[in-house]
Design a protein around this ligand. Structure first.
Ligand code: MRU
Length: 363
């Protein structure tokens, strides 16, 4: 790991970064380096991507995953193609289409492509843009944490909170400390986190493997629960707040996030618990009018019917395996972005607040 035992409240991994000169099969060259999230928490190992197909495959296998860092990786991937002298436009399209739901991926790739084109094909221009995007994401993360924690503290009337989250939205998915988990971390820093409830997040266990890893590294009080136990946790009055991230927020506020998010929103509404989405403006896609227009990635049956290669279901079983679900805006209490808190969530509020944050070349 890159970090030599930092204090728990300073710990930030580097999920994706650029190196200028790595040995490759053909000599030396640049590479995008990824912390392999499929191997966490057991091992902290890196995957060196010295060409775009390796990077695209890594995105598909979830070596790197989570909307904001996919934007960063998308931009670095285009910089990599430019530095290698590849067909940069084709590479940008391959990266943009590696996964369909998180809008940040295509946004990052096309932003770096636009910088490269505007410079008349200067590879350094693409890399510079990727670095700017990376820094912007870190700054957005810090701002979301501040806005979100203030909003949450306002709900708590001075009490420490019991917060439920789903999937992984922390430093592993960001240039900074993340989105929803950055808010939880900010609460923890000021002594306002009683407990973080971590949904395990079937089938790929981003909660149990990654959020619990981050919670442990940063010293948060946490417990992992099976996704199916969330209902009884709400019924027992053990949840004060739900915070989640987003892969794409449509123009009306409908939010695609890891499958299992929508049932939490329904539970939260039933039990009168605030349900808050935390995401940067780069995740808001005003070209997608509503939740029905969001393309939800379908993944292999084996992710559901097997666990680490061992069968959980009879051989040949079919499976329903959408990677995401969509939560309608009326179930969302607030959306926290780097510019502030949107509440209530509606197309009008999003249109008003998004001035200056309109999506750039998303498709
Ligand atoms: O399939 P994944 O692991 O890429 O899904 C990620 C999520 O659903 C996250 O909650 C989302 O990208 C927000 S990350 C800040």
């Amino acid at each position: 790991m890159d970090n030599a035992s930092p204090a728990a409240d300073e710990w930030v991994p580097r999920p994706a970064y650029w190196i200028d000169d790595v040995p490759t099969a053909y000599g030396h060259g640049p590479a995008v380096v990824l912390l392999d999230q499929t191997r966490l928490p057991a091992e902290e190992v890196r995957l060196v991507c010295s060409d775009v197909p390796t990077l695209v495959d890594a995105v598909r296998r979830l070596v790197v995953r989570g909307a904001p860092v996919l934007g960063i990786v998308g931009a670095y991937g285009v910089a990599l193609a430019a530095a290698r002298g590849d067909d940069v436009k084709a590479a940008a399209e391959d990266i943009a289409h590696a996964r369909p739901t998180a809008v940040n991926l295509a946004w990052g790739a096309r932003r770096a492509l636009a910088a490269w084109q505007a410079s008349g094909g200067d590879a350094l221009a693409a890399l510079r843009e990727a670095r700017v995007l990376h820094e912007e994401d870190a700054a957005a993360s810090a701002a979301m944490a501040a806005h979100g924690a203030r909003f949450a503290e306002g709900l708590a009337e001075g009490r420490p909170l019991r917060v439920l989250t789903h999937c992984n939205t922390g430093a592993l998915v960001s240039g900074g400390e993340g989105t929803a988990l950055a808010v939880v971390r900010a609460l923890h820093r000021v002594g306002r986190l009683e407990k973080l409830w971590v949904d395990e997040t079937r089938p790929l266990l981003q909660g149990a493997r990654l959020t619990a890893y981050e919670a442990a590294r940063t010293g948060m009080p946490y417990a992992v629960l099976p996704d199916s136990a969330a209902g009884s946790l709400f019924a027992a009055g053990e949840v004060d707040l739900v915070v989640v991230g987003a892969d794409r927020i449509a123009a009306d506020g409908a939010t695609a996030n890891k499958v299992g998010t929508y049932p939490l929103a329904v539970l939260a509404r039933h039990h009168g618990v605030p349900f808050v989405v935390v995401a940067p403006w780069s995740t808001v896609d005003r070209e997608t009018p509503d939740g029905a227009a969001i393309v939800v990635e379908r993944r292999d049956a084996g992710e559901v019917t097997e666990l680490s290669g061992l069968p959980l279901a009879p051989l040949g079983s079919e499976a329903y395996n959408p990677a995401f679900d969509v939560t309608p805006p009326d179930l969302i209490s607030a959306i926290v972005t780097e510019t502030g808190v949107l509440s209530p969530v509606s197309a009008i509020v999003i249109a008003r607040m998004s001035a200056g944050h309109d999506p750039v070349m998303r498709r």
